[in-house]
Ligand binder design. Structure first.
Ligand code: CP
Length: 366
């Protein structure tokens, strides 16, 4: 019988300053203030995620987004990971589509918490190459891992694997559908940048005008980001979608926005709104069935763009030429800080769904 060492006991210790290695350029975010908002972290909200799958940003309420962000802030600012909260757990990362950030940050998240990873970096190394179905792969993964993180170019692959998979599934991007953990890390960055956005009543001078450059209806990261933005009524003053497409939200998102109190405008004229935006969220590629479309050349931003002072630019990356590297060393660059926070938010998600939130409760009580 293998006996796992008990996680270390005693107080968790705060790290000084910006923890670990932070992003090399752009805004460097200190998570400390986020830990103080809304009366502090409610571990019960995390515990409710035990055994849940993470499939669609629409499944979250505001309290869950904030609790996950606060758990990530705890992980980022303390030595909590020394308690080995994922000891004995195996996470399968099954990527049937290319990824830099999502797969590697999930795997780093698991390994830094002393869990183990089974990695499929490319679907061609699986039986899919010989015609095996995703449904059958789901059956195998039930016993190989405790949770599955899957990316797939087909939107329908989530439903297919869930025909047999009973372990919690994390959607790491499904075609033009959703990328919910990307949205959680995006909001983790935004809440670190401006913690008062989490307040039940956000002070007027902290509220933001959010600009979305692209087509949320066919860009999965943007779609998920907008869905979480809808939870922050009163903090998001208004949203402006900047797109050359006639219906950038698409049918599903239009339906989900129709009851929101956040005013949403659509324009194809970036110059008309750029100087009024506090937060600009942009992405490169829109999925159009089997094809994809890059962002219209009108919507490029660089260090000479007329941006509002104090405004920040977000991008899930990878980028093409729509986001010029001349912005990297400016205070508008929040996109590197977004990527830097990915490990911590994914740690928080895994701790919650794998039923290890009690370790956080335990650490907070000492
Ligand atoms: N943001 C994101 O999903 O990046 P990857 O495609 O590199 O995983």
């Amino acid at each position: 019988m293998v006996i796992h060492p008990h996680p270390s006991r005693g107080r968790i210790v705060r790290r000084e300053g910006v923890p670990f290695r932070s992003n090399s350029k752009g805004v460097k975010l200190d998570p400390s203030a986020l830990l103080e908002v809304t009366g502090g972290l409610d571990v019960g909200v995390l515990a409710a995620l035990h055994d849940e799958s993470i499939l669609d940003a629409a499944q979250f309420d505001k309290a869950t987004v904030i609790a996950l962000a606060q758990a990530a802030a705890l992980l980022e600012t303390t030595d909590f990971s020394m308690r080995k909260p994922l000891d004995g757990k195996v996470v399968v990362t099954a990527f049937f589509e290319a990824s830099t950030r999502t797969r590697l940050s999930f795997e780093s998240a698991v390994l830094r918490l002393d869990g183990k990873v089974l990695s499929v970096p490319d679907g061609r190394v699986t039986g899919v190459q010989k015609g095996e179905s995703i449904q059958d792969i789901g059956e195998m993964l039930n016993t190989y891992g405790d949770a599955v993180v899957m990316r797939h170019p087909e939107t329908s692959a989530l439903d297919e694997i869930r025909r047999n998979l009973t372990a919690p599934l994390i959607n790491a991007g499904n075609g033009s559908g959703q990328h919910p953990t990307q949205a959680l890390l995006d909001w983790y960055a935004l809440l670190k940048w401006r913690p008062r956005l989490a307040d039940p009543v956000c002070p007027p001078d902290q509220r933001v005008h959010l600009g979305i450059i692209g087509t949320p209806g066919s860009m999965r990261a943007v779609n998920s980001f907008v869905q979480l933005a809808l939870l922050f009524e009163g903090a998001v003053d208004r949203m402006t979608i900047i797109s050359e497409m006639a219906d950038p939200l698409g049918a599903t998102l239009t339906e989900r926005t129709k009851d929101s109190k956040i005013p949403i405008d659509v324009t194809n004229d970036i110059q008309k709104v750029l100087t009024d935006l506090d937060v600009i969220y942009m992405n490169s590629i829109a999925f159009l069935g089997d094809d994809y479309k890059t962002l219209d050349s009108r919507y490029k931003v660089d260090a000479n763009s007329t941006l509002k002072p104090g405004s920040v630019i977000m991008h899930p990356l990878a980028r093409r030429d729509e986001l010029d590297t001349s912005l990297d060393s400016t205070a508008h660059n929040l996109y590197f800080a977004q990527a830097a926070g990915a490990v911590f938010i994914r740690q928080a998600i895994l701790i919650a769904i794998l039923g290890r939130s009690g370790a956080i409760a335990d650490a907070l009580q000492r």
